[in-house]
Design a protein around this ligand. Structure first.
Ligand SMILES: [Cu+2]
Length: 369
């Protein structure tokens, strides 16, 4: 109707009175003024589009800039699942209370029944599992990996079974290269007790019962495969042999050579053949056997080995997931991150990739240095 009326007005325009012309002019003006805002709106729409496009570019660029580092962080360390890594410290940096809390938790393991259904304690579940499930991990790619998982399981048992609230601890033997017997880990009160009783009966190899500290005369049932109830035993090497079997393997030069090895396989085997043997060979007794975890300092020694692996992994980009060599002892198969680490019934078997990085997969820890 309005259109028809407009057409009529247009057609009859010359016939319009002044009033009608004014009205027409007003009408046209209003149409034009209606029209201009459309342009203006369009202009605004175009401007808004431009702002939106520019904004999108800025936001996208910002997103790329913002997201990229966190993506790297995430893929490298799975930051979402490991926000607050626990810190494993060197034994001598613990306060007296912290040392006693750790020792109390280990003593608690010696008083808690087996969790693998054997007639022994949780403490002895570890030497038993090391001897029965862990030996094929030696002298092959899983050496460092299996022990990393083994340490994690031990730490979890200290926490879950014995309510320990701290982290595993390491013994930095490089601080006692030439004086192992003087190391604070052997303290009778704030340590694991010292050498076996030199005048006592020989129990296993050339060692005898530890008679001081919280594990004095602790009874253990196995010596490697042999069912042989005996006391926790140590037999420190005489100074000359200590130099040869212990000091030489962990000297600054010896460790530097291994740390400089560029590939995991060589590094792993270098660690096993060198520093890994040093402390057991210096201490002898239970530590010097396939049931080595009968000596609780085993875990401080292996945490130190694990720490050096951690340092090696962080020394160069691309190393944190490097894993190669033989898949197990005497195997000709190449190792892979999907290889399984067996813990018998002590813990579920898991793939190497779950523990290859101390801050992803199932792990969330770092070392103090
Ligand atoms: Cu081992």
């Amino acid at each position: 109707m309005a259109t028809a009326s407009f057409e009529n007005v247009a057609q009859t325009r010359p016939l319009l009175s002044e009033e009608e012309q004014d009205a027409y002019a007003e009408e046209e003006k209003s149409k034009v003024s209606d029209y201009i805002p459309v342009y203006r709106r369009l202009w605004f729409v175009v401007a808004l589009c431009c702002i939106a496009v520019v904004g999108a570019v800025v936001v996208t660029a910002g997103t790329i800039i913002y997201v990229r580092p966190s993506t790297v962080h995430k893929s490298a360390s799975s930051s979402q699942s490991c926000q607050n890594p626990s810190v494993r410290r060197e034994w001598r940096t613990l306060s007296t209370d912290e040392k006693l809390a750790y020792l109390d938790a280990v003593v608690c393991l010696t008083k808690t029944p087996s969790v693998i259904g054997r007639n022994q304690t949780v403490f002895e579940d570890f030497p038993w599992t090391h001897n029965n499930e862990g030996m094929s991990a030696h002298y092959a790619a899983p050496f460092l990996a299996w022990h990393r998982y083994f340490l994690h399981v031990y730490e979890a048992k200290l926490r879950d079974v014995c309510h320990y609230s701290g982290s595993l601890v390491f013994f930095d033997w490089q601080l006692n290269v030439h004086d192992l017997p003087a190391a604070p880990i052997w303290d009778p009160i704030t340590g694991f007790g010292g050498d076996g009783n030199a005048t006592g009966v020989r129990t296993v190899n050339t060692a005898s019962c530890v008679t001081d500290g919280p594990f004095a005369n602790l009874q253990v049932q196995y010596y490697a495969d042999e069912a042989k109830p005996h006391c926790l035993s140590r037999g420190f090497q005489a100074p000359d042999d200590m130099e040869k079997y212990y000091s030489a393997r962990i000297s600054e030069d010896a460790i530097a050579i291994i740390m400089a090895l560029p590939q995991y396989n060589a590094f792993n085997l270098g660690m096993e053949n060198g520093p890994h043997l040093a402390m057991p060979h210096g201490v002898l007794g239970d530590f010097f056997s396939d049931t080595a975890p009968n000596d609780p300092v085993f875990f401080l020694h292996h945490a130190q080995l694990d720490r050096l692996w951690w340092k090696w992994q962080h020394a160069k980009p691309g190393r944190r997931r490097e894993y190669n060599g033989a898949s197990s002892m005497h195997s000709k198969e190449a190792a892979s991150l999907q290889d399984q680490l067996e813990m018998g019934t002590l813990a579920p078997k898991i793939a190497v990739e779950e523990i290859i990085d101390t801050q992803s997969g199932i792990l969330c820890y770092e070392y103090a240095y």
